[in-house]
Write a protein that binds this ligand. Structure first.
Ligand code: ADP
Ligand code: TYD
Length: 205
């Protein structure tokens, strides 16, 4: 089973992906916890190229290609083999992030993002948790962290609001795999809801 976490920066995806991995491992399942951009040695190298440095470093077109190249390597080397071995894969972000971040930056490139995904990736998660929250709260949490991966984090609240609306629209368009989770609650409360949804989905398989 392939599970992803999506949402705006600072919404708690990494925290929840870790908590779900711990929960499923305690229940005896083999879990691969991974992330994008990254998740394989080659894709982690690409991560540094896209997340560090000057915001104008790449054109929107090049950026879409870099994220897609990283995803292809992640799929070939990490996700695909783990799923083939019957493991549960939990990824902190996947293709929905490209649809949102690159698609919102350049709406005219939305079709290109979709075609590249179909040609080069062609895989959707079985279950996607959208950790939803007020962008002001997400931004405050994201800025509370220190780091060099800041190319996308100075987007500001207006863009984060559009991002939130875009994610909610994407979830509404794919109700079969998306579950929208209220992320503005204590982490253990969010984790309990996520765990019960994942347990039920795994039990049905
Ligand atoms: P994301 O991966 O979505 O950017 P993180 O899981 O890294 O988010 O969380 C961002 C920050 O907010 C971290 O400092 C984390 O400890 C904190 N955090 C995560 N979930 C919650 C929560 N439910 N309530 C309060 N703080 C949280
Ligand atoms: P991430 O490390 O998940 O950041 P955060 O923990 O702050 O949510 O992702 C880094 C940034 O990369 C994030 O701002 C979103 C961006 N991103 C894209 O623009 N396109 C993509 O396809 C992916 C996977 C991430």
């Amino acid at each position: 089973m392939f599970i992803t976490f999506e949402g705006i920066d600072g919404s708690g995806k990494s925290t929840q992906a870790r908590a779900l991995a711990d929960h499923l491992r305690k229940a005896g399942r083999e879990v691969v916890l991974t992330r994008e951009p990254g998740g394989s040695p080659g894709a982690e190298e690409i991560r540094r190229l896209v997340l560090e440095g000057d915001p104008d470093r790449w054109s929107p077109e090049t950026e879409i290609l870099l994220f897609t190249a990283a995803r292809r390597d992640h799929l070939e080397r990490t996700i695909g083999p783990a799923l083939a071995a019957g493991q549960v894969v939990i990824s902190d972000r996947f293709a929905d992030s490209t649809r949102m971040y690159q698609g919102l930056a350049r709406p005219d490139l939305g079709g290109t993002v979709d075609r590249l995904h179909d040609q080069m990736i062609g895989v959707e998660p079985d279950l996607t948790f959208l950790i939803d929250m007020n962008p002001a709260l997400g931004l405050a949490r994201a800025l509370g962290r220190q780091g060099s991966e800041e190319r996308f984090e100075d987007m500001g609240e207006a863009l984060q609001s559009r991002m939130r609306a875009g994610f909610l629209a994407l979830a509404a368009a794919h109700p079969g795999r998306f579950r929208v989770i209220d992320g503005a609650r204590p982490p253990e409360v969010v984790a309990a809801e996520v765990a019960s949804i994942a347990d039920a989905a795994l039990a049905r398989r």
